[in-house]
Design a binder for this molecule. Structure first.
Ligand code: CA
Ligand code: CA
Length: 458
């Protein structure tokens, strides 16, 4: 039997079914089920005969989610911290052509997830220590969501390292190489507070590490490494890895097999060899700060060092790698079950596990490090016709950017004018009319000045 005649025959249906076909091969059943239910809703809305759709898909070997009621239970945020509130979300789908009435969801919360009254998006009540969410009636192929807030109460456990970098790199060793490249404190793009650890993606070969200054001895428990990071590097060529040493820094093991969330996203395969060639790494752009978590339980009873290592090939630099809110501590897994019922006799339950870690303390009283401006390395460098420069200043002020030759002679003005505080300024350095050679780009503000060397090579 051909499937298209029983569907709505719209492009939406076809797109949805294609998505189902793809998601069906995916290991994430939740994603697949959600895509399927969404497709059903679209198809039902355009007049498809859903029972026949089920028959056909089953005959074609698809694993189909159940008809009737289904639910998804998850946290609103990807990372959960003790001593903080967390939003929990329940989504209920009616995957049938009948209305379901008086739908209710009962949530069993563990002791250290305490319901906080007043924030739920549906009527709630507490009954025998369980939270009851009143969903009401659900139309055929309808869905509703309800979110509520819990406080994640502290538990006992070890906290070995908690660094938000607001005090600089005092807990770390960050050697500079011969060209003075290395990890620094950066005050322009933190995850929290005012500072993060940062290594710039140079347009030349580098291998730069940020290593815990002192080994830590992991006790029996469930230790994890958690950190927030933002990377923007030359994809496949430049990137970062995280490594562990159990012998004081002589040998290093990659954490590759230990990631629990947001592990490496690519492999370094530059035309030019780098110290990370053929290794998985964080490379390209993360687009935003993401939380990566690695399981350290295989290192219990050992003294470990942890390092962030960034390497680049000989050409093309981009922004670099920001790391913030590094935490090495025991995590806890909290289990919570939800069951939903309807007057028609439906009953569906699902249990979700939530990983919770200590949060990194942020002390607002600590003074910020002094900062006037930040300037990225010019790239590409050497350049052919045009190079890029990005900078920003803390306070609004007049800024002049000029080009000079090897003898210091003024050869061009790139920019002159008022600049707002905080925002990145992007400039193009034009080399089309200049002879090959070494140039200096000079940027002068009211409270700072900086010079960068650049090479024009056609
Ligand atoms: Ca910070
Ligand atoms: Ca590169």
């Amino acid at each position: 039997m051909e499937i298209w005649p029983v569907l709505g025959r719209t492009l939406t249906d076809k797109a949805a079914l294609t998505a189902i076909g793809m998601t069906n091969r995916d290991s994430n059943q939740n994603d697949y089920f959600n895509a399927f239910y969404l497709a059903l809703r679209l198809m039902a809305a355009s007049g498809a005969q859903i029972d026949q759709v089920y028959q056909i898909l089953v005959s074609r070997g698809y694993t189909l989610p159940p008809k009737g009621l289904s639910l998804v239970y998850q946290a609103g945020e990807p990372s959960l911290n003790f001593d903080k509130d967390a939003e929990m979300k329940v989504e209920i789908n009616n995957n049938s052509s009948e209305t379901k009435s008086s739908v209710k969801v009962t949530v069993s919360l563990p002791n250290n997830m305490v319901y906080q009254d007043g924030n739920a998006t549906c009527p709630t009540s507490l009954l025998d220590g369980k939270l009851v969410l009143t969903i009401g009636d659900l139309a055929a192929f309808g869905f509703k969501t309800c979110s509520f807030v819990v406080r994640l109460q502290n538990q006992t456990g070890n906290r070995y390292v908690a660094d938000d970098f607001e005090q600089g790199l005092s807990q770390w060793v960050a050697p500079k190489d011969a060209r003075n490249f290395g990890w620094t404190v950066n005050l322009m793009q933190p995850h929290g507070g005012k500072a993060s650890a940062f290594v710039q993606n140079q347009g030349e070969a580098t291998d730069l590490t940020l290593t815990l200054a002192k080994p830590i001895k992991l006790q029996v428990g469930s230790p994890i490494l958690s950190f927030w990071h933002y990377y923007n590097t030359e994809f496949y060529s430049d990137g970062g890895v995280v490594e562990v040493s159990v012998d004081g820094g002589n040998n290093w093991q990659d954490l590759d097999s230990k990631w629990l969330t947001n592990g490496y996203n690519g492999k370094i395969t530059s035309t030019f060899a780098t110290p990370l060639t053929n290794r998985k790494a964080f490379t390209g752009s993360s687009q935003k700060y993401v939380n990566s978590v690695a399981d350290l339980s295989s290192y219990i009873d050992q003294s470990i060092l942890v390092r962030f290592r960034f390497a680049s090939d000989i050409v093309t630099g981009i922004q670099g790698w920001h790391v913030d809110d590094v935490l090495i501590a025991d995590q806890a897994t909290l289990s919570s079950e939800v069951c939903l019922t309807a007057q028609e006799g439906d009953q569906v339950c699902t249990k979700s596990n939530f990983m919770v870690v200590f949060s990194t303390p942020v002390d607002a009283e600590r003074p910020a490090l002094p900062i006037t401006h930040e300037m990225e390395k010019i790239w590409p460098n050497p350049f052919k016709e045009q190079a890029n420069l990005r900078f920003r200043v803390a306070k609004p002020q007049k800024v002049n950017v000029t080009l000079h030759d090897l003898l210091g002679r003024h050869v061009g003005e790139v920019f002159s004018g008022m600049v707002q505080g905080g925002d990145w300024q992007s400039l193009k350095l034009e080399g089309a009319t200049l002879p090959n050679g070494v140039y200096f780009c000079r940027i002068v503000g009211e409270d700072f000045s900086e010079v960068q060397k650049m090479v024009l090579l056609r």
